[in-house]
Design a protein around this ligand. Structure first.
Ligand SMILES: [Zn+2]
Length: 292
């Protein structure tokens, strides 16, 4: 049932605008969402921004502000109950990773509903995270629920998307250099889908494992996939959650080395030599590397 629905789901992390890559900011009040920095971050000068609600979240020893915004120039709002669901999904995403890695940095998050791009469609749910290094993270969400599935399944998909996007925020606060490389999509999306799946188990990852992953994995290595790598990252997490964080930290962080060859070299340096054989045995011939 989720198969066709999933076609309408897109999850992404937008590249930051280079001009506004700023040094670390202390966590404080959320920024002015009608201000120039906010507008530049979301690539939208026309927003007429208003805060709808906010919620404080204590995570490890940090307190951050989550808030829901509304663009009065657009007619995009969340369905009833979805704001609370978004706060819950962000909190759950942060807690899952913070529990395993106590020194992660967090910051404020703004949620901005946006109109579905192009023609409004049935079952259009997507998220894009706008980030700029160690500063507030903005999650833009298109939410058009699917009338043919149960309300609780719509809500579950929404929570999965928000938990996925929330981990893009964590990536931006902790590994912004690695994340800024265009060739980082394989681990950026795979690890975000992992955290979404851990936050809301059974929704997508398990169905990816069960439905057709073997065929995909026969044709493509880990380095040639993005969302499909939820399986690889789940495998890594099951050995030790630390390995997922350590892998991200070990990835290339210099734009001069923004190539898949550099990604593969860094991955080979990070993983033990026996990893490909272990992974292949666990997942029916799946390959980690593109060149072996
Ligand atoms: Zn994503």
């Amino acid at each position: 049932m989720f198969q066709s629905l999933f076609l309408g789901v897109f999850l992404a992390a937008a590249q930051p605008a280079p001009a506004i890559l700023l040094p670390a900011q202390p966590v404080g009040e959320p920024m002015d969402c009608n201000g120039a920095v906010f507008k530049a971050q979301i690539f939208n000068d026309d927003i007429a921004c208003r805060e709808v609600s906010r919620s404080k979240l204590k995570i490890a020893d940090q307190t951050v502000t989550l808030r829901l915004l509304h663009d009065d120039d657009e007619d995009a709002t969340l369905p009833p109950g979805y704001a609370e669901a978004a706060y819950e999904a962000i909190a759950r995403s942060f807690e899952i990773v913070s529990r395993e890695r106590g020194d992660l940095k967090f910051h404020n998050v703004s949620i901005l509903p946006v109109e579905a791009y192009g023609q409004r469609r049935e079952a259009r749910m997507s998220g894009v995270t706008y980030w700029r290094g160690k500063a507030e993270c903005v999650i833009a969400l298109e939410v058009v629920t699917a009338s043919r599935i149960a309300p609780e399944d719509n809500l579950l998909m929404f929570k999965f998307i928000v938990a996925h996007e929330a981990f893009h925020c964590v990536q931006s606060w902790n590994w912004s250099h690695q994340m800024a490389l265009e060739t980082s999509a394989w681990w950026r999306e795979g690890s975000a889908d992992l955290v979404g799946m851990l936050a809301y188990p059974g929704f997508t990852a398990q169905s990816k494992v069960n439905q057709g992953f073997a065929e995909i994995a026969d044709a493509k290595s880990v380095l040639q996939m993005d969302y499909g790598n939820v399986v690889f990252f789940h495998w890594l997490w099951s050995q030790s959650p630390q390995k997922v964080f350590d892998l991200i930290a070990a990835m290339p962080r210099d734009k001069a080395y923004d190539s898949m060859a550099s990604q593969e070299a860094a991955l080979q340096a990070f993983l033990p030599k026996e990893a490909p054989a272990q992974y292949a045995a666990a997942y029916r011939g799946a390959r980690i590397y593109a060149t072996q």
